[in-house]
Design a protein around this ligand. Structure first.
Ligand SMILES: Cc1cc2nc3c(=O)[nH]c(=O)nc-3n(C[C@H](O)[C@H](O)[C@H](O)COP(=O)(O)OP(=O)(O)OC[C@H]3O[C@@H](n4cnc5c(N)ncnc54)[C@H](O)[C@@H]3O)c2cc1C
Length: 342
């Protein structure tokens, strides 16, 4: 099988394909927009060379140029697949911009995605780390994920229960890393809104209203306003969102910390107490502080920003300094959220 030459770009510039704006190039870059094109790309690649999958690069630290093949799945389209009295099922291609999908479903009056408004990236990347915000995770609305197996080109569907979803985690990020290309997702949304406004800023804003007066559109509007006031727009100030996961510690560890640091921010979870990583970073003195061309954001200490001209070495040096200082002060280990490539 020979590929149409336009399908593969060689020595492609990735600096606009990662929101930290790190300089990097891909040896070969393919943007298959159909299952057939993806199958063809996979069938003709050299399996001894590495394969990288990227979406919009909003959760990546590209450390070096990417050898082998870089795939940017570009399957388009979103549509209602079926409905019953209470729910609609919606399908989207992996290349759909996530917030276009959220915006479209909210416009239809369907409820389920509004809390996940304005998260950058593609629909195909959303299951990879089980995106979440404002008390909602993708896993709560996901019906199934369609994937193509890299080694065989076989298309498979995984129901949500088969995806091993956890906090910022899934089988695609852990045990099956690199095994599948996600080509599309299907979501189940409510026709009769039951918005979740239990989380911090939404509770403050909507808490006094009866639930039947809270629409998905009003929640989306609020989430967008809060996000825009708190998070730097990567188009203006390069960043990859939260740079660390919120660490989960045992109740006894949280209790000890609370004695020494009464302001400690933590939320009870089934697996322990989830601490606010941003608070730990701020207390460790890193909020608004720079190290060369990178720094922790002045408003949101959890977000590592590139003030211009940074390399991956700058990013990783800052991340390691922050991690060290948080460890020394609190004995809590921070785990990086963005994926390191290659
Ligand atoms: C300002 C800002 C705010 C953010 N806020 C949030 C937030 O509130 N909640 C949250 O959860 N995340 C947040 N993020 C992180 C990011 O938006 C999400 O992780 C998003 O899903 C990444 O999508 P992407 O298309 O950019 O993926 P990329 O960053 O390109 O890739 C991320 C990972 O997904 C894998 N991947 C991508 N596409 C596919 C595919 N089709 N098949 C298989 N694997 C794939 C890649 O291999 C990579 O390992 C934020 C990021 C920024 C910059």
């Amino acid at each position: 099988m020979s590929l149409p030459p336009a399908l593969i770009e060689t020595d492609a510039d990735l600096s606009a394909l990662n929101t930290l704006r790190l300089p990097a190039r891909a040896r070969s870059l393919a943007r298959p927009a159909t299952l057939d094109a993806l199958e063809q790309v996979l069938a003709t690649r050299d399996p001894s060379q590495p394969l990288h999958i990227i979406g919009e690069g909003s959760n990546l630290v590209i450390q070096n140029d990417l050898p082998g093949l870089t795939l940017c799945p570009a399957m388009d389209g979103m549509a209602k697949v079926k409905e019953d009295e209470h729910c609609v099922w919606v399908a989207a291609g992996a290349g759909v911009h996530w917030d276009d999908l959220v915006g479209w479903t909210v416009e239809q009056g369907w409820q389920g995605l509004e809390n996940l408004s304005l998260i950058p990236g593609t629909a195909g990347a959303a299951p990879f780390q089980n995106i979440g915000a404002y008390g909602v995770e993708l896993s709560q609305v996901l019906e199934q994920v369609t994937v193509m197996e890299v080694a065989t080109g076989r298309v498979t569907h995984f129901a949500a229960e088969e995806c091993a979803f956890a906090y910022r985690d899934s089988r695609f990020k852990s045990r099956d890393r690199g095994r599948y290309v996600i080509t599309g997702i299907e979501l189940r949304l409510n026709k009769i809104p039951a918005c979740n406004v239990s989380y911090g800023p939404l509770k403050e804003y909507f808490g006094h209203l009866p639930s039947d007066e809270i629409s998905p559109a009003s929640v989306r509007e609020r989430v967008i306003a809060v996000r825009q006031s708190k998070l730097p727009d990567p188009a203006v100030l390069a960043n990859a969102g939260s740079f660390f996961k919120n660490p989960v510690v045992t109740a006894s560890k949280a209790g000890q910390l609370k004695k020494s640091f009464p302001g400690l921010v933590g939320y009870e979870q089934p697996e322990g107490i989830k601490l606010a990583a941003g608070w730990l970073i701020e207390q460790a003195g890193w909020k608004g502080r720079r190290l060369g061309p990178v720094g922790m954001h002045i408003e949101q200490a959890l977000v590592l920003v590139n003030h211009g001209g940074a390399t991956s070495d700058d990013v990783l040096a800052l991340a390691s300094a922050v991690r060290r200082d948080v460890w020394e002060r609190f004995g809590v280990s921070l785990e990086q959220e963005p994926v390191l490539l290659p």
